[in-house]
Design a protein around this ligand. Sequence first.
Ligand code: FMN
Length: 172
Amino acid sequence: MSDKILVVYVTRYGSTREVAERVAETLRENGLQVDVRPAKQVRALEGYRAVVLGAPLYIGRWLKDAQRFLSRFQADLAQRPVAVFSLGPTRLEEMATPDVRAQLDQELSKYPWLKPVAAELFGGKYDPATLRFPDNLLGALPASPLHGAPASDARDWDAIRVWANDVAIKLR
Ligand SMILES: Cc1cc2nc3c(=O)[nH]c(=O)nc-3n(C[C@H](O)[C@H](O)[C@H](O)COP(=O)(O)O)c2cc1C
């Protein structure tokens, strides 16, 4: 098996890709060889000795491509160290609420065979002006938590770097 690490991500509006790229950069600074790919483009995991998966939360769940990736590569992932990060809350104050972390834990619990060496939730990015159908409808619904929410970027780049440094140590 080669010594490479695969950072694989799922994204709808690009914020998770940017975090995946930053995680990869930090892993490289730690001397690791890293490829970054969208989940849909991954054909095989043979060339990789470990995987970092990044996926955003949408309405309490990971996007379908993350679920598909985990199901498709279950056998390979079960034999490799895997670290997971998720993007979610778009306002920093939401990061402190326990139900937000519960959404990530809930997703992880669907894959009991997956024993991540690290699993972390980071703040996400939200811009109502860029939302496409049907996401834009959610913002328009008065009952939605996103209703009237302003654009925000709660990605904490220092926390992301600290986490990726820790993952690098675990994967070394
Ligand atoms: C329609 C919609 C639903 C969302 N639902 C959740 C949610 O249930 N929980 C959460 O923590 N974040 C939620 N978010 C925030 C996203 O996870 C966040 O914006 C993330 O950065 C998006 O990642 P992406 O740009 O890679 O697609 C939602 C965002 C949108 C637009």
